[in-house]
Design a binder for this molecule. Sequence first.
Ligand SMILES: *Cc1c(COP(=O)(O)O)cnc(C)c1O
Length: 376
Amino acid sequence: MDSDFLPFTRPSLGEETVSAVADVLRSGWITTGPKVAELEQALAAYLGGERRVLALSTGTAALEAALAACGIGAGDEVIVPAMTFAATANVVLRAGARPVFADIELETRNLDMSRLEEAITPRTRAVMPVHFAGLPVAMDALYDIARRHRLRVIEDAAHAIGSAWNGRRIGGFGDLVCFSFHANKNMTTIEGGAISVGDPELLPVLERLRFHGISRDEHGQVDVTVAGGKMNLSDVCAAVGLLQLPQLDTFNARRRALATRYLERLAGDVPGVLPARGNEGHSWHMFTLLLPFAELGMARHEFQQAMRRRGIGVGVHYPALPDFTLYRELGHRAEDFPVATRVGRETVTLPLFPGMAEADVDRVCDTLRRVLEEAA
Ligand SMILES: *Cc1c(COP(=O)(O)O)cnc(C)c1O
């Protein structure tokens, strides 16, 4: 791949991170220790200082731990948007429960709150909204529905570190809020995740689930009370996160500026649906756009190939869940979720990361126009 290939995302990591990692490696303590504790405190302070935050090995582990802490399992239903990353629904199946899909809105790609309410049954225990691409879901409506139906809310905030709703940071309020720090997310620990916990009673439960179910008495003696997992973060990873977090607001401001330029450059003459502009609280994890491939007489993979040949990486986030074999075989039907299905088939993700220049956005837009003209 040539050096001016523009991938759809790339982490921003400087030499100071390389040194910080080297320091941890030399310290003799490389797994969960002081750096993880420091990161947990820094995250809690960043989110407003009112809640505890637990670091975990991945965002997926955070979702799994949240479901387990709520006691969700066989016979329970959890409502998930019909278009999201596979992890959001897979974790529900892995907990032994049933994912029930609800359709999304076209412009925001977020859970449609009227569809959410329709999907509730007497078996529903929780809802797992996704703040898609960092645009917060309608939090008032969500928590109002959850309260009325006595549902737990497990927010999949994998895209939403640094997002805010009505001036409050996502994860600074709400029930169980799960973040991912995978390399592609708005801040990274290489692999990693965290849960911001609203209900203090769940804290000791989550701590045990995170590490083999182990608890200690006042003499430091070990007991095991639950079949916990192995979901702790390492200090090497935490050291990376400790240098990312202070830059997060700057990263996200840069994402916003680049996304705004995309919207300006693409408005008007590109067929399809641009993402919602969002508001001040949008962290612009991704810039996704819907292209009417059927009308264009072009397959999405052909579009991706054409862009790639011209040096631009284009992602797909995400096919609708009912379009995957696993969920189709479980009886979920694409036609029941027309918006998610359309988004899943038409969506493309254009490059967006803090290290990009304005000229990169212009190059993507010019190239996209040329590729679409050639298809016509
Ligand atoms: C990345 C992601 C996850 C999983 O996070 P990992 O840290 O990769 O395990 C879950 N949900 C969504 C929507 C994601 O984008």
